[in-house]
Design a protein around this ligand. Structure first.
Ligand SMILES: *Cc1c(COP(=O)(O)O)cnc(C)c1O
Length: 437
């Protein structure tokens, strides 16, 4: 596949270059120059295919001949190794549960796929060093996605005391090729240190540094797979499908838009956000006004300047009319989020995380407004147990921990404490580079 930059100031690149660069030099975002359609026979038979089989067909079509089929099959089988069931909540409302992977959130799909594609492209004896700053979720999905990969080292910087206990366990107990640095500062300090590292000449002479940023094209691609799989699971209902995606940076929604460009019949997209309602406001008023994010209960969507917005526009020929008719936007505050979570639990005995509740609210309002007879599917982005305190307080109910989380909680934390000076990070990384020579 070939990829262009949404800013169109740099030449097209191949998948390998887009993967290792992450961002094009003109600060745009990489997008496929061509999004090929799947044949109609694929959709006629899709309900008979497994999730892995669907993901393989989609990846093969999108990547064209970049990776040999048998190799791609191995990558997919290994990356898509947990289920994403569609669960009926009430009437025509469903949740596509994307949280059955190692870190209990949909970001596992991106992390696992990217890790395996990167390993595929590493030459014999080549090493890369992934440096990530995280406020919680991204770091753990990346750590899990790259765990045990030969030739890839991962260093994660996270702000001390500012991630949840479960998140910290996910970041610091991996071992093997994953190292966690506990920075005595804020997330912004972590990000600044990582940025300085990418610019430091001496460091870059010794290490092949790369990022695993959420805008990487290899994290986006697998986020299209489960839209097809949700369609396959609900096809027998015989109704048009509406997807509602709880959104922050809008990468998850872009996965759905790519699926549609490949031929998946989707009646309508809905984007639901928390109080950080930059995109819903844009869809209603044509005014795009990024602003500092505000803190909410659905904190993985606390984004004031959604990084995938250029992709959202590129997928609609940069036309406001097109984007605003294909995507309906809704936004809800914390109080509404808690109310909806409670109502759904009381009426249907279904427990959802705050992000999924924001999505469910959006789907309900859309269905009320349009009175359409459709199959509604909300993307369930995280397991409710990831937000245990919020959910348990709100529902006055204890939620059961999955076994893999119980095991995680008992593991020993291994983190290196560090201040906020870049020189400290640099020294640490140089030492590591020397010890590997
Ligand atoms: C990252 C995340 C989101 C937001 O996804 P985007 O692709 O940034 O829109 C929503 N819910 C959860 C649980 C997340 O981790």
């Amino acid at each position: 596949m070939k990829l262009y930059s949404t800013n169109k100031q740099v030449p097209e690149v191949g998948l390998k270059e887009a993967l290792f660069r992450g961002l094009p030099a003109d600060n745009g975002l990489y997008m496929p120059t061509e999004i090929p359609s799947l044949p109609s026979s694929f959709f006629e038979n899709i309900e008979n295919l497994s999730f892995k089989e669907i993901a393989f067909e989609v990846a093969k079509t999108l990547l064209q001949n970049d990776i040999a089929e048998d190799k791609l099959k191995t990558i997919i089988d290994d990356a898509v190794n947990f289920d994403a069931p569609v669960v009926k909540v009430k009437d025509n409302k469903h949740v596509l549960e994307l949280f059955h992977g190692p870190t209990l959130a949909f970001k596992d799909f991106g992390g696992r796929f990217m890790g395996r594609i990167m390993q595929h492209y590493l030459e014999e004896g080549e090493r890369v060093h992934i440096l990530v700053a995280t406020s919680g979720d991204t770091g753990s999905a990346v750590a899990q996605g790259f765990l045990g990969m030969d030739g890839i080292d991962v260093t994660i910087l996270y702000p001390k005391g500012k991630v949840s206990f479960i998140q910290e366990q996910q970041l610091t107990t991996n071992g093997q090729n994953i190292k966690a640095l506990e920075i005595d500062g804020t997330f912004d300090d972590c990000q600044r240190m990582v940025k300085e590292a990418f610019l430091d000449k001496e460091l870059n002479a010794h290490l092949h540094l790369t990022s695993a940023n959420s805008i990487n094209i290899c994290r986006l691609i697998p986020q299209s797979f489960y839209y097809f799989y949700a369609y396959a699971q609900t096809k027998a209902l015989g109704k048009p499908v509406v997807f509602c995606t709880p959104s922050g940076n809008f990468g998850n929604l872009c996965g759905g838009l790519i699926a549609e460009r490949m031929g998946l019949p989707i009646h309508q997209f809905i984007a639901s956000t928390n109080a950080n309602d930059i995109v819903p406001t844009y869809l209603k008023t044509k005014e795009f006004t990024p602003r500092p994010s505000v803190k909410t209960l659905s904190n993985a969507m606390d984004v004031g300047n959604p990084s995938n917005f250029p992709r959202l526009m590129a997928l609609h020929e940069d036309s406001y009319e097109k984007v605003s008719s294909r995507i309906k936007g809704y936004a809800y505050n914390d109080e509404q989020t808690l109310e909806k979570m409670k109502e759904v639990y009381q009426e249907s005995a279904y427990v959802m995380c705050p992000h999924t509740a924001v999505g469910y609210y959006g789907l309900e309002d859309y269905l009320k407004e349009t009175k359409e007879d459709v199959t509604g599917i909300v993307l369930g982005t995280a397991h409710p147990v990831k937000f245990k305190d919020i959910v348990e307080d709100n529902l006055s109910k204890e939620i059961e921990m999955p076994q893999r989380l119980k095991e995680l909680i008992e593991r020993e934390k291994q983190a290196i404490s560090m201040g906020t000076e870049f020189s400290e990070l640099k020294e640490y990384l140089l030492e590591m580079a020397m010890s590997q020579k």
